[in-house]
Design a protein around this ligand. Sequence first.
Ligand code: UDX
Length: 449
Amino acid sequence: MAVISDNCPDIDVTLVDKDKNKIDAWNNKDLSKLPIFEPGLKEVISRNRGKNLFFSCEIKQSIQEADMVFISVNTPTKIKGLGAGYASDLKWVESSARLVAEYSEGHTIVVEKSTVPVRTAELIQEILGESKTGINSKNNKTFSVISSPEFLAEGTAIKDLENPDRVLIGGSDKVSMNLLKEIYSRWICNEKILLTNVWSSELSKLIANAFLAQRVSSINSISALCESTGANIHEVVKAIGSDKRIGAKFLSPGPGFGGSCFKKDILNLVYLCRYYKLEETANYWEQVLFINYWQKKRISSLIIEKFFGTVSNKKILILGFSFKCNTNDTRESPAISISKDLIDNGAQLFINDPKVQKEQIEIELEIKEFEVDELSLGSWNFINDLDNVPRNIDAIIVLTEWKEYIGINWEKLCSKMRRPAWIFDTRNIIPKEVIKESNINYWQVGKSL
Ligand code: UDX
Protein backbone atom coordinates (compact mmCIF):
# COMPACT_ATOMS: atom_id res chain seq x y z
CA MET A 1 0.00 0.00 0.00
CA ALA A 2 2.93 2.30 0.73
CA VAL A 3 4.12 1.77 -2.84
CA ILE A 4 0.66 2.74 -4.18
CA SER A 5 0.87 5.97 -2.17
CA ASP A 6 4.38 6.57 -3.52
CA ASN A 7 3.27 6.25 -7.14
CA CYS A 8 -0.13 7.94 -6.84
CA PRO A 9 0.24 11.23 -4.93
CA ASP A 10 -3.40 12.08 -5.69
CA ILE A 11 -4.70 8.96 -3.88
CA ASP A 12 -4.97 8.89 -0.09
CA VAL A 13 -3.97 5.53 1.35
CA THR A 14 -4.94 4.72 4.95
CA LEU A 15 -3.79 1.54 6.67
CA VAL A 16 -6.00 0.58 9.58
CA ASP A 17 -5.61 -1.93 12.38
CA LYS A 18 -7.44 -2.32 15.67
CA ASP A 19 -4.12 -2.92 17.44
CA LYS A 20 -3.02 0.53 18.63
CA ASN A 21 0.51 -0.63 19.39
CA LYS A 22 0.99 -1.70 15.80
CA ILE A 23 -0.33 1.58 14.44
CA ASP A 24 1.85 3.55 16.89
CA ALA A 25 4.87 1.57 15.72
CA TRP A 26 4.11 2.42 12.08
CA ASN A 27 3.78 6.08 13.10
CA ASN A 28 7.07 6.04 15.00
CA LYS A 29 9.16 9.11 14.15
CA ASP A 30 12.29 6.98 14.34
CA LEU A 31 12.09 5.11 11.04
CA SER A 32 14.69 2.58 12.15
CA LYS A 33 12.07 1.28 14.61
CA LEU A 34 9.33 0.33 12.13
CA PRO A 35 7.87 -3.11 12.99
CA ILE A 36 9.15 -4.71 9.80
CA PHE A 37 12.67 -4.53 8.41
CA GLU A 38 12.56 -4.43 4.63
CA PRO A 39 15.17 -2.76 2.39
CA GLY A 40 13.78 0.48 0.94
CA LEU A 41 10.62 0.50 3.10
CA LYS A 42 11.61 3.28 5.47
CA GLU A 43 12.47 5.53 2.53
CA VAL A 44 9.02 4.98 0.97
CA ILE A 45 7.34 5.63 4.33
CA SER A 46 9.36 8.75 5.00
CA ARG A 47 8.47 10.18 1.56
CA ASN A 48 4.73 9.69 1.97
CA ARG A 49 3.68 9.34 5.61
CA GLY A 50 1.45 12.24 6.65
CA LYS A 51 1.04 13.37 3.02
CA ASN A 52 -1.07 10.69 1.36
CA LEU A 53 -0.12 7.69 3.50
CA PHE A 54 -1.70 7.34 6.94
CA PHE A 55 -1.67 4.70 9.70
CA SER A 56 -4.75 4.81 11.87
CA CYS A 57 -7.02 2.99 14.33
CA GLU A 58 -10.03 4.93 13.02
CA ILE A 59 -11.52 1.92 11.26
CA LYS A 60 -15.10 3.16 10.98
CA GLN A 61 -14.28 6.55 9.53
CA SER A 62 -11.63 5.17 7.17
CA ILE A 63 -14.04 2.59 5.71
CA GLN A 64 -16.81 5.19 5.39
CA GLU A 65 -14.51 7.42 3.36
CA ALA A 66 -12.96 4.69 1.21
CA ASP A 67 -13.82 4.01 -2.42
CA MET A 68 -11.67 0.90 -2.38
CA VAL A 69 -10.87 -1.36 0.60
CA PHE A 70 -8.00 -3.85 0.44
CA ILE A 71 -8.36 -6.79 2.82
CA SER A 72 -4.77 -7.69 3.70
CA VAL A 73 -5.13 -9.66 6.92
CA ASN A 74 -3.41 -12.89 7.99
CA THR A 75 -4.86 -16.21 6.90
CA PRO A 76 -2.94 -18.70 9.09
CA THR A 77 -3.43 -22.46 8.90
CA LYS A 78 -6.35 -23.59 11.10
CA ILE A 79 -5.20 -25.29 14.27
CA LYS A 80 -8.63 -26.58 15.33
CA GLY A 81 -11.88 -27.69 13.79
CA LEU A 82 -12.73 -28.79 10.26
CA GLY A 83 -9.63 -28.83 8.04
CA ALA A 84 -7.27 -28.26 11.00
CA GLY A 85 -3.61 -28.47 9.98
CA TYR A 86 -4.41 -27.79 6.31
CA ALA A 87 -7.16 -25.25 5.64
CA SER A 88 -6.67 -21.51 6.11
CA ASP A 89 -8.37 -19.81 8.97
CA LEU A 90 -10.51 -17.12 7.41
CA LYS A 91 -11.73 -15.51 10.62
CA TRP A 92 -9.82 -12.28 10.02
CA VAL A 93 -10.99 -12.04 6.42
CA GLU A 94 -14.53 -12.63 7.59
CA SER A 95 -14.39 -10.04 10.38
CA SER A 96 -12.84 -7.50 8.00
CA ALA A 97 -15.65 -8.11 5.50
CA ARG A 98 -18.18 -7.59 8.29
CA LEU A 99 -16.60 -4.25 9.18
CA VAL A 100 -16.77 -3.15 5.55
CA ALA A 101 -20.39 -4.32 5.39
CA GLU A 102 -21.24 -2.31 8.48
CA TYR A 103 -19.41 0.95 7.89
CA SER A 104 -19.16 1.44 4.14
CA GLU A 105 -21.22 4.07 2.38
CA GLY A 106 -22.16 4.26 -1.31
CA HIS A 107 -20.32 1.95 -3.70
CA THR A 108 -17.21 0.20 -2.33
CA ILE A 109 -14.77 -1.95 -4.24
CA VAL A 110 -13.41 -4.67 -1.98
CA VAL A 111 -10.05 -6.07 -3.03
CA GLU A 112 -9.01 -9.45 -1.68
CA LYS A 113 -5.26 -9.00 -1.15
CA SER A 114 -4.58 -11.68 1.48
CA THR A 115 -3.65 -15.12 0.13
CA VAL A 116 -6.89 -17.01 0.45
CA PRO A 117 -8.36 -20.38 -0.46
CA VAL A 118 -10.19 -20.53 -3.77
CA ARG A 119 -13.77 -19.23 -3.55
CA THR A 120 -13.12 -16.86 -0.60
CA ALA A 121 -14.40 -13.99 -2.72
CA GLU A 122 -17.75 -15.76 -2.66
CA LEU A 123 -17.71 -15.70 1.15
CA ILE A 124 -16.86 -11.99 1.20
CA GLN A 125 -19.57 -11.29 -1.37
CA GLU A 126 -22.09 -13.18 0.74
CA ILE A 127 -21.23 -11.23 3.91
CA LEU A 128 -21.43 -7.94 2.03
CA GLY A 129 -24.69 -9.01 0.39
CA GLU A 130 -26.18 -9.65 3.84
CA SER A 131 -25.56 -6.04 4.84
CA LYS A 132 -27.86 -4.87 2.09
CA THR A 133 -30.72 -7.04 3.25
CA GLY A 134 -30.09 -7.22 7.05
CA ILE A 135 -31.88 -5.30 9.80
CA ASN A 136 -29.21 -2.57 9.90
CA SER A 137 -29.04 -2.22 6.14
CA LYS A 138 -28.74 1.12 4.50
CA ASN A 139 -30.00 0.68 0.98
CA ASN A 140 -27.48 2.98 -0.62
CA LYS A 141 -24.68 0.40 -0.19
CA THR A 142 -23.29 -1.52 -3.14
CA PHE A 143 -20.13 -3.64 -3.42
CA SER A 144 -17.83 -5.22 -5.96
CA VAL A 145 -15.42 -7.92 -4.83
CA ILE A 146 -12.25 -8.46 -6.85
CA SER A 147 -9.11 -10.45 -6.19
CA SER A 148 -5.59 -9.11 -6.56
CA PRO A 149 -3.12 -11.40 -4.81
CA GLU A 150 0.34 -10.21 -3.81
CA PHE A 151 3.44 -11.93 -5.18
CA LEU A 152 6.17 -9.93 -3.40
CA ALA A 153 8.95 -11.79 -1.63
CA GLU A 154 10.34 -10.56 1.67
CA GLY A 155 13.73 -8.91 1.53
CA THR A 156 12.99 -7.65 -2.01
CA ALA A 157 9.42 -6.47 -1.37
CA ILE A 158 9.84 -2.87 -2.50
CA LYS A 159 11.70 -3.88 -5.67
CA ASP A 160 9.08 -6.56 -6.41
CA LEU A 161 6.25 -4.05 -5.96
CA GLU A 162 7.98 -1.40 -8.06
CA ASN A 163 8.76 -3.82 -10.84
CA PRO A 164 6.57 -6.91 -10.61
CA ASP A 165 6.68 -9.79 -13.12
CA ARG A 166 2.90 -9.47 -13.31
CA VAL A 167 -0.10 -8.20 -11.41
CA LEU A 168 -3.34 -10.17 -11.30
CA ILE A 169 -6.80 -8.71 -11.11
CA GLY A 170 -9.55 -11.31 -10.90
CA GLY A 171 -13.26 -10.64 -11.00
CA SER A 172 -16.34 -10.21 -13.12
CA ASP A 173 -17.11 -6.52 -12.65
CA LYS A 174 -15.07 -4.99 -15.47
CA VAL A 175 -15.60 -1.41 -14.28
CA SER A 176 -14.09 -2.10 -10.84
CA MET A 177 -11.30 -4.20 -12.33
CA ASN A 178 -10.39 -1.37 -14.68
CA LEU A 179 -10.37 1.13 -11.83
CA LEU A 180 -7.79 -0.99 -10.01
CA LYS A 181 -5.90 -1.51 -13.27
CA GLU A 182 -5.74 2.28 -13.67
CA ILE A 183 -4.02 2.55 -10.29
CA TYR A 184 -1.42 -0.13 -11.07
CA SER A 185 -0.82 1.26 -14.55
CA ARG A 186 0.63 4.46 -13.07
CA TRP A 187 3.91 2.56 -12.73
CA ILE A 188 3.41 -0.91 -14.24
CA CYS A 189 3.07 -1.47 -17.99
CA ASN A 190 -0.29 -2.78 -19.21
CA GLU A 191 1.12 -6.05 -20.58
CA LYS A 192 2.02 -7.07 -17.04
CA ILE A 193 -1.48 -6.47 -15.66
CA LEU A 194 -3.44 -9.67 -16.21
CA LEU A 195 -7.22 -9.74 -15.94
CA THR A 196 -8.73 -13.13 -15.07
CA ASN A 197 -11.81 -14.56 -13.48
CA VAL A 198 -11.82 -14.42 -9.70
CA TRP A 199 -11.15 -18.13 -9.10
CA SER A 200 -8.16 -18.20 -11.49
CA SER A 201 -6.68 -15.26 -9.65
CA GLU A 202 -7.10 -16.87 -6.22
CA LEU A 203 -5.80 -20.24 -7.42
CA SER A 204 -2.81 -18.76 -9.30
CA LYS A 205 -1.39 -17.37 -6.08
CA LEU A 206 -1.42 -20.79 -4.39
CA ILE A 207 0.02 -22.48 -7.47
CA ALA A 208 2.83 -19.93 -7.92
CA ASN A 209 3.98 -20.56 -4.34
CA ALA A 210 3.59 -24.32 -4.71
CA PHE A 211 5.78 -24.33 -7.85
CA LEU A 212 8.45 -22.18 -6.18
CA ALA A 213 8.48 -24.38 -3.08
CA GLN A 214 8.63 -27.46 -5.27
CA ARG A 215 11.83 -26.18 -6.91
CA VAL A 216 13.44 -25.68 -3.51
CA SER A 217 12.40 -29.15 -2.31
CA SER A 218 13.57 -30.69 -5.59
CA ILE A 219 17.04 -29.19 -5.33
CA ASN A 220 17.29 -29.96 -1.60
CA SER A 221 16.45 -33.61 -2.27
CA ILE A 222 19.21 -33.68 -4.89
CA SER A 223 21.65 -31.97 -2.48
CA ALA A 224 21.54 -35.14 -0.36
CA LEU A 225 22.23 -37.28 -3.41
CA CYS A 226 25.19 -35.07 -4.36
CA GLU A 227 26.66 -35.43 -0.86
CA SER A 228 26.43 -39.22 -1.16
CA THR A 229 27.71 -39.60 -4.71
CA GLY A 230 30.46 -36.99 -4.90
CA ALA A 231 28.60 -34.78 -7.38
CA ASN A 232 28.68 -31.05 -6.65
CA ILE A 233 25.25 -29.42 -6.34
CA HIS A 234 26.46 -26.12 -7.83
CA GLU A 235 27.80 -27.84 -10.91
CA VAL A 236 24.53 -29.72 -11.24
CA VAL A 237 22.50 -26.50 -10.81
CA LYS A 238 24.61 -24.76 -13.44
CA ALA A 239 24.22 -27.66 -15.84
CA ILE A 240 20.45 -28.00 -15.49
CA GLY A 241 19.79 -24.27 -15.05
CA SER A 242 21.41 -23.51 -18.42
CA ASP A 243 18.48 -25.29 -20.03
CA LYS A 244 16.10 -22.40 -20.69
CA ARG A 245 13.12 -24.65 -20.04
CA ILE A 246 14.35 -25.23 -16.48
CA GLY A 247 15.94 -21.83 -15.77
CA ALA A 248 18.65 -20.99 -13.24
CA LYS A 249 16.65 -19.12 -10.60
CA PHE A 250 15.33 -20.49 -7.33
CA LEU A 251 17.59 -23.52 -7.31
CA SER A 252 19.83 -22.73 -4.33
CA PRO A 253 20.07 -25.65 -1.92
CA GLY A 254 19.64 -24.75 1.74
CA PRO A 255 18.38 -25.90 5.13
CA GLY A 256 14.78 -26.04 3.84
CA PHE A 257 12.37 -23.30 2.93
CA GLY A 258 10.73 -21.11 5.56
CA GLY A 259 8.55 -18.03 5.52
CA SER A 260 4.89 -17.43 6.09
CA CYS A 261 3.64 -18.56 2.68
CA PHE A 262 5.05 -21.74 1.19
CA LYS A 263 3.97 -24.22 3.83
CA LYS A 264 0.61 -22.57 4.47
CA ASP A 265 -0.25 -22.30 0.79
CA ILE A 266 0.69 -25.90 -0.01
CA LEU A 267 -1.35 -27.14 2.96
CA ASN A 268 -4.21 -25.13 1.56
CA LEU A 269 -3.72 -26.58 -1.90
CA VAL A 270 -3.62 -30.10 -0.48
CA TYR A 271 -6.84 -29.43 1.42
CA LEU A 272 -8.50 -28.08 -1.70
CA CYS A 273 -7.47 -31.14 -3.74
CA ARG A 274 -8.79 -33.52 -1.08
CA TYR A 275 -12.02 -31.52 -0.88
CA TYR A 276 -12.48 -32.17 -4.61
CA LYS A 277 -11.49 -35.85 -4.12
CA LEU A 278 -8.23 -35.43 -6.06
CA GLU A 279 -6.21 -37.62 -3.70
CA GLU A 280 -3.27 -38.19 -6.10
CA THR A 281 -2.87 -34.45 -6.76
CA ALA A 282 -3.00 -33.82 -3.01
CA ASN A 283 -0.38 -36.48 -2.30
CA TYR A 284 1.90 -35.15 -5.02
CA TRP A 285 2.01 -31.63 -3.55
CA GLU A 286 2.20 -32.86 0.03
CA GLN A 287 5.53 -34.50 -0.82
CA VAL A 288 7.02 -31.01 -1.30
CA LEU A 289 6.36 -30.43 2.41
CA PHE A 290 7.66 -33.85 3.45
CA ILE A 291 10.97 -33.20 1.68
CA ASN A 292 11.23 -29.81 3.37
CA TYR A 293 10.65 -31.34 6.79
CA TRP A 294 13.17 -34.09 5.99
CA GLN A 295 15.85 -31.60 4.86
CA LYS A 296 15.73 -29.78 8.22
CA LYS A 297 15.77 -33.06 10.16
CA ARG A 298 18.58 -34.54 8.09
CA ILE A 299 20.75 -31.45 8.74
CA SER A 300 20.26 -31.52 12.52
CA SER A 301 20.86 -35.29 12.54
CA LEU A 302 24.04 -35.12 10.49
CA ILE A 303 25.43 -32.40 12.79
CA ILE A 304 24.84 -34.66 15.77
CA GLU A 305 26.32 -37.66 13.93
CA LYS A 306 29.53 -35.73 13.11
CA PHE A 307 30.02 -35.43 16.88
CA PHE A 308 29.66 -39.21 17.23
CA GLY A 309 26.03 -39.01 18.28
CA THR A 310 26.29 -36.45 21.06
CA VAL A 311 26.27 -32.67 21.12
CA SER A 312 25.61 -32.62 24.84
CA ASN A 313 27.62 -29.74 26.37
CA LYS A 314 28.96 -28.78 22.94
CA LYS A 315 29.18 -25.02 22.30
CA ILE A 316 27.63 -24.25 18.93
CA LEU A 317 27.44 -20.87 17.20
CA ILE A 318 24.35 -20.40 15.01
CA LEU A 319 24.75 -17.76 12.30
CA GLY A 320 21.35 -16.51 11.17
CA PHE A 321 17.86 -17.05 12.54
CA SER A 322 15.60 -15.34 9.97
CA PHE A 323 14.14 -17.60 7.27
CA LYS A 324 16.20 -15.81 4.61
CA CYS A 325 18.48 -12.77 4.48
CA ASN A 326 17.32 -9.14 4.42
CA THR A 327 14.33 -9.74 6.65
CA ASN A 328 13.71 -9.98 10.40
CA ASP A 329 10.90 -12.47 9.80
CA THR A 330 11.38 -15.81 11.55
CA ARG A 331 8.11 -17.51 10.61
CA GLU A 332 8.75 -21.18 9.71
CA SER A 333 12.48 -20.45 9.68
CA PRO A 334 14.51 -23.68 9.39
CA ALA A 335 16.64 -22.23 12.21
CA ILE A 336 13.78 -22.92 14.62
CA SER A 337 13.58 -26.69 14.20
CA ILE A 338 17.34 -27.15 13.79
CA SER A 339 18.06 -25.14 16.96
CA LYS A 340 15.34 -26.98 18.89
CA ASP A 341 16.76 -30.36 17.84
CA LEU A 342 20.23 -29.33 19.04
CA ILE A 343 18.94 -27.98 22.36
CA ASP A 344 16.95 -31.20 22.82
CA ASN A 345 20.26 -33.02 22.42
CA GLY A 346 21.93 -30.96 25.13
CA ALA A 347 23.84 -28.40 23.03
CA GLN A 348 24.67 -24.93 24.29
CA LEU A 349 23.77 -22.56 21.44
CA PHE A 350 25.06 -19.05 20.79
CA ILE A 351 22.69 -17.46 18.29
CA ASN A 352 23.46 -14.43 16.15
CA ASP A 353 21.32 -12.61 13.60
CA PRO A 354 21.85 -9.09 12.24
CA LYS A 355 18.14 -8.20 12.39
CA VAL A 356 16.22 -10.67 14.55
CA GLN A 357 15.73 -9.61 18.19
CA LYS A 358 16.43 -12.06 20.99
CA GLU A 359 12.84 -11.71 22.26
CA GLN A 360 11.66 -13.10 18.93
CA ILE A 361 14.04 -16.07 19.18
CA GLU A 362 12.73 -16.72 22.68
CA ILE A 363 9.17 -16.92 21.34
CA GLU A 364 10.15 -19.26 18.50
CA LEU A 365 12.29 -21.62 20.59
CA GLU A 366 9.77 -21.66 23.46
CA ILE A 367 12.60 -21.57 25.97
CA LYS A 368 14.00 -18.44 27.57
CA GLU A 369 17.52 -17.18 26.94
CA PHE A 370 19.94 -18.82 29.46
CA GLU A 371 17.20 -21.19 30.71
CA VAL A 372 18.46 -24.77 30.92
CA ASP A 373 16.22 -27.47 29.45
CA GLU A 374 15.37 -29.78 32.35
CA LEU A 375 15.81 -33.04 30.50
CA SER A 376 18.61 -32.41 28.02
CA LEU A 377 20.44 -29.56 29.86
CA GLY A 378 20.61 -27.75 26.51
CA SER A 379 20.32 -23.93 26.40
CA TRP A 380 20.79 -20.89 24.19
CA ASN A 381 21.87 -17.31 24.40
CA PHE A 382 22.03 -14.40 22.02
CA ILE A 383 25.35 -13.13 20.70
CA ASN A 384 25.00 -9.59 19.45
CA ASP A 385 28.63 -9.04 18.54
CA LEU A 386 30.66 -11.86 17.02
CA ASP A 387 33.74 -10.51 18.83
CA ASN A 388 32.07 -11.80 22.00
CA VAL A 389 31.85 -15.41 20.84
CA PRO A 390 33.32 -17.47 23.70
CA ARG A 391 36.50 -19.52 23.36
CA ASN A 392 36.39 -23.26 22.73
CA ILE A 393 33.34 -23.41 20.52
CA ASP A 394 32.92 -26.79 18.86
CA ALA A 395 30.83 -25.93 15.82
CA ILE A 396 29.50 -23.09 13.69
CA ILE A 397 26.32 -23.52 11.67
CA VAL A 398 25.43 -21.02 8.95
CA LEU A 399 21.64 -21.06 8.58
CA THR A 400 20.88 -17.72 6.87
CA GLU A 401 22.79 -16.27 3.91
CA TRP A 402 23.34 -12.77 5.38
CA LYS A 403 26.06 -10.97 3.46
CA GLU A 404 27.54 -9.92 6.83
CA TYR A 405 28.60 -13.55 7.32
CA ILE A 406 30.56 -13.75 4.09
CA GLY A 407 32.82 -10.94 5.27
CA ILE A 408 33.46 -12.34 8.75
CA ASN A 409 37.06 -12.57 9.89
CA TRP A 410 36.96 -16.36 9.64
CA GLU A 411 40.57 -16.79 10.67
CA LYS A 412 39.89 -15.03 13.96
CA LEU A 413 36.65 -16.95 14.55
CA CYS A 414 38.27 -20.29 13.71
CA SER A 415 41.07 -19.54 16.17
CA LYS A 416 38.45 -19.64 18.95
CA MET A 417 37.38 -23.17 18.09
CA ARG A 418 38.24 -26.27 20.04
CA ARG A 419 39.52 -29.13 17.86
CA PRO A 420 38.05 -31.35 16.45
CA ALA A 421 35.81 -28.55 15.24
CA TRP A 422 33.15 -28.40 12.53
CA ILE A 423 31.68 -25.73 10.34
CA PHE A 424 28.34 -26.57 8.73
CA ASP A 425 27.43 -24.24 5.90
CA THR A 426 23.81 -24.88 4.90
CA ARG A 427 23.83 -21.95 2.46
CA ASN A 428 27.24 -22.45 0.84
CA ILE A 429 28.44 -18.91 1.47
CA ILE A 430 31.80 -19.41 3.16
CA PRO A 431 34.83 -19.62 0.86
CA LYS A 432 36.26 -23.11 1.33
CA GLU A 433 39.92 -21.91 1.20
CA VAL A 434 39.47 -19.86 4.39
CA ILE A 435 38.34 -22.87 6.35
CA LYS A 436 40.82 -25.33 4.90
CA GLU A 437 43.76 -23.32 6.20
CA SER A 438 42.34 -23.46 9.73
CA ASN A 439 42.35 -27.26 9.96
CA ILE A 440 38.66 -27.35 10.69
CA ASN A 441 36.19 -29.91 9.33
CA TYR A 442 33.90 -28.34 6.81
CA TRP A 443 30.48 -29.58 5.64
CA GLN A 444 28.60 -27.82 2.86
CA VAL A 445 25.12 -28.66 1.66
CA GLY A 446 25.18 -30.60 -1.61
CA LYS A 447 28.93 -31.28 -1.63
CA SER A 448 30.74 -34.37 -0.48
CA LEU A 449 33.44 -33.94 2.17
C1 UDX B 1 7.45 -16.28 -1.28
C2 UDX B 1 7.26 -16.06 -2.80
O1 UDX B 1 8.55 -15.99 -3.42
C3 UDX B 1 6.47 -14.79 -3.06
O2 UDX B 1 6.20 -14.65 -4.46
C4 UDX B 1 5.15 -14.85 -2.30
O3 UDX B 1 4.40 -13.65 -2.49
C5 UDX B 1 5.40 -15.09 -0.82
O4 UDX B 1 6.18 -16.29 -0.64
P1 UDX B 1 9.08 -15.29 0.58
O5 UDX B 1 8.52 -16.36 1.46
O6 UDX B 1 9.17 -13.91 1.09
O7 UDX B 1 8.26 -15.22 -0.80
O8 UDX B 1 10.59 -15.71 0.19
P2 UDX B 1 11.29 -16.56 -0.96
O9 UDX B 1 12.38 -15.75 -1.51
O10 UDX B 1 10.33 -17.14 -1.90
O11 UDX B 1 11.98 -17.73 -0.11
C6 UDX B 1 11.22 -18.68 0.60
C7 UDX B 1 12.14 -19.69 1.26
O12 UDX B 1 12.77 -20.51 0.28
C8 UDX B 1 13.28 -19.07 2.08
O13 UDX B 1 13.46 -19.79 3.27
C9 UDX B 1 14.49 -19.19 1.19
O14 UDX B 1 15.70 -19.25 1.89
C10 UDX B 1 14.19 -20.51 0.49
N1 UDX B 1 14.86 -20.62 -0.82
C11 UDX B 1 14.50 -19.80 -1.85
C12 UDX B 1 15.85 -21.57 -1.00
O15 UDX B 1 16.20 -22.32 -0.07
N2 UDX B 1 16.44 -21.67 -2.22
C13 UDX B 1 16.10 -20.87 -3.28
O16 UDX B 1 16.71 -21.03 -4.36
C14 UDX B 1 15.11 -19.91 -3.07
